[in-house]
Ligand binder design. Structure first.
Ligand SMILES: [Zn+2]
Length: 160
């Protein structure tokens, strides 16, 4: 498909296995939040491809764990080092919203980094019900929803 050059078309590719891994992580940690890094690469047109996921420990106190995940700067450094070793980049972050919609919170906006994809899985009663992906506006005012496309391993491999 040829895209109009005036069209802002943010998009991320991931495999069915990645999607299931995110859903399962959210179900496993329910009623607490889970989180992890998206490792992959950026293309010049803004399209991102997830190659692998790096699940993270929730650094919040138990009392806070149900509604927010704190990823420390050390976690980010570790993820960046890990990605670099595989000649990849950290391209985003996924986390779960237990009993809340897959929509970014104010906390998410306050802690977001530009360009990264934020994949959110909504988990209701221990079951993943919805997954959406978001990218922050450059002026930090809001998140815009991003299209995600499920692709086979084959297609991901070709894009590397
Ligand atoms: Zn959130």
């Amino acid at each position: 498909m040829k895209l109009c050059k005036f069209m802002v078309f943010k998009m991320i590719y991931l495999t069915k296995e990645h999607l299931e891994q995110i859903e399962k992580h959210g179900e496993k940690t329910y009623p607490f939040e889970c989180g992890g890094m998206l490792i992959g690469h950026f293309a010049a047109d803004g399209v991102k491809t997830v190659v692998e996921l790096l699940p993270m420990e929730n650094a919040m106190d138990d009392s806070e764990k149900h509604n927010r995940v704190l990823i420390t700067p050390r976690d980010v450094l570790r993820a960046e080092r890990y990605a670099r070793e595989s000649k990849l980049d950290v391209i985003g972050y996924y986390h779960s919203h237990p009993n809340h919609p897959a929509h970014p919170s104010k906390f998410d906006l306050d802690h977001a980094l530009p360009v990264w994809s934020y994949i959110i899985v909504s988990v209701e009663r221990g079951k993943a019900v919805n997954v959406r992906s978001w990218e922050m506006e450059n002026d930090r005012s809001k998140f815009n929803e991003e299209v995600y496309e499920i692709t086979g391993e084959q297609k991901v491999a070709q894009r590397i």
